[in-house]
Write a protein that binds this ligand. Structure first.
Ligand code: SAH
Ligand code: SF4
Ligand code: F3S
Length: 444
């Protein structure tokens, strides 16, 4: 059997945290089926690229990388190349047939079939499986942690999305929303704790709508968080992403009352203009959003708030853009991911709206948003000077071997002089300085 000779796999991951988590599931499935994982792409027999479709430039990056792998295959014809993830369904025909780039394509819900798909490839046939599922959550699979610091890990708690934000490709690439059983999430958290991990991030496109039924009981996200936090008080729990339309007071009270639930909420706003929010199908108004921010500030004092913003969505006027800037200022975000709108096929916006903000205006607006956020981040971080935080040490700082870095509960990175307390342990650090991206401190 040819397949038995194909041993070493490598996975390169693009896109969001969910994809990082998925690559760990893929590694687990394949290493349980006779393959080994290699960190070194050049020594792999099979290279998988786990792809992202969220913006055009995300796809472009993957295509370029595939061209490079194609050049590797010229030198080593036996090299196999597989495409996984969100681009799978959308680009399978073009990439596989026209450009002769791929041997295998598997969508986000097809990873259990990878061993069979690889066997099919081993017999000389190309293999494609991009069918989306309504119930696959990979709940029983223990991920193989790739590129891990041994301290923090991702746990996927939901898959898919049904919010249909008009700009967003995710509902079409990842299908129906489904939750993973609570018991398996708690089990995975406990297992990670036993292996020395001290921080998990629970992942879903909209974690607030987590829902799992066992018998008569319906477990909500707040209940789940409580159970995961109860695994051990030394295990920090984070989560992403919350949708502003349904982040409840119940959840905020749970976070506030549980020390190891991190005081950091990522609440993507996308735009500060009601007209844009309506066109984006976000299902909340600027006022609703502000009310939720006020609730966070009141119920969880000292909570960090971060966001995602899109510049230059369809029909966006200068006044809409100013609304975004003024809302950013009002919230005073600790940090933000900021993007230029990129039209995606198979979205409501692509089908029914016009991508009519000229590129140079999008660029300028994005620049203004980034510049403002830079100021807000710096101003926020400056107020941290003098404060004392528990920092979970993650590893050596990139800048110096004499320094460690870690995070506080608010998810801010702090750098400080090394002590005997190493990665996976908590240290008390007094903040002595700040840039817009990092806090500097000393162990007290
Ligand atoms: N489920 C999460 C994140 C989804 S993707 C949420 O709802 O917040 C991450 C971010 O990418 C989004 O929050 C949005 O800001 C951005 N994004 C999504 N589609 C985009 C597009 N077509 N163009 C530009 N940015 C986009
Ligand atoms: Fe996309 Fe909206 Fe779903 Fe987030 S909530 S993944 S932005 S459709
Ligand atoms: Fe990209 Fe898919 Fe994540 S499109 S952002 S990898 S869900």
């Amino acid at each position: 059997m040819i397949v038995k000779n194909i041993k070493k796999i490598h996975i390169e991951t693009y896109g969001c945290q969910m994809n990082i988590s998925d690559s760990e599931i893929v590694a687990s499935i394949l290493t349980s089926n006779g393959y080994t994982y290699t960190e070194d792409v050049l020594s792999a027999d099979i290279i998988f690229v786990n792809t992202c479709s969220i913006r055009e430039n995300a796809e472009d990056r993957v295509r370029k990388r595939l061209q490079y792998f194609k050049s590797l295959r010229k030198k080593r014809p036996e090299l196999l190349i597989g495409l996984l993830g969100c681009m799978a369904d959308r680009t399978k025909t073009a990439l596989m047939e026209e450009e002769q780039l791929l041997d295998l394509v598997a969508g986000p819900d097809s990873y259990r079939h990878l061993p069979q798909l690889l066997e099919q490839v081993g017999t000389g046939r190309k293999a494609i499986d991009t069918i989306l599922s309504v119930d696959e959550t990979y709940a029983d699979i223990t991920p193989v942690r790739l590129d891990s610091n041994g301290v923090s890990a991702f746990i996927s708690i939901m898959r898919g999305c049904e919010n249909y934000c008009s700009y967003c490709v995710v509902p079409s690439t990842r299908g129906q929303e489904r939750s993973r059983g609570a018991a398996s999430i708690v089990r995975e958290t406990r297992d990670l704790f036993d292996k020395g991990y001290r921080e998990v991030t629970l992942l879903g496109q909209n974690v607030n709508s987590y829902s799992w039924k066992t018998g008569d009981e319906v477990i909500t996200f707040a209940t789940l968080l409580g159970r995961v936090a109860a695994v051990n008080p030394l295990m920090r729990i984070r989560f992403a992403t919350s949708h502003p339309k349904d982040i409840s007071d119940e959840l905020l009270h749970t976070i506030s009352g549980t020390p190891n639930l991190c005081k950091a909420i990522h609440l993507p706003v996308q735009s500060g203009s009601n007209h844009m929010l309506d066109l984006m199908n976000r299902k909340y108004t600027r006022e609703d959003y502000m009310e939720r921010i006020s609730a966070i500030r009141k119920i969880i004092p000292g909570c960090a708030i971060t966001t995602d913003i899109i510049a230059g969505f369809c029909d966006e006027t200068e006044a809409d853009h100013q609304d975004t800037l003024s809302l950013m200022q009002w919230v005073g975000y600790d940090s933000a991911f900021m993007f230029k709108y990129s039209e995606r096929p198979q979205t409501l916006a692509a089908d029914t709206m016009t991508d009519n903000v000229p590129e140079e205006i999008k660029d300028r607006r994005l620049r203004e948003i980034i510049d403002l956020q830079q100021q807000l981040s710096l101003a926020n971080n400056k107020t941290e000077v003098g404060r004392i935080y528990e920092i979970l040490v993650e590893g050596k700082s990139k800048r110096s071997d004499n320094q460690y870095f870690g995070r506080n509960s608010q998810n801010k990175v702090a750098v400080f002089t090394k002590t005997e307390t190493g990665p996976g342990e908590y240290v008390t650090v007094k903040i002595t300085g700040a840039t817009s991206a990092t806090l500097l401190g000393e162990v007290v």
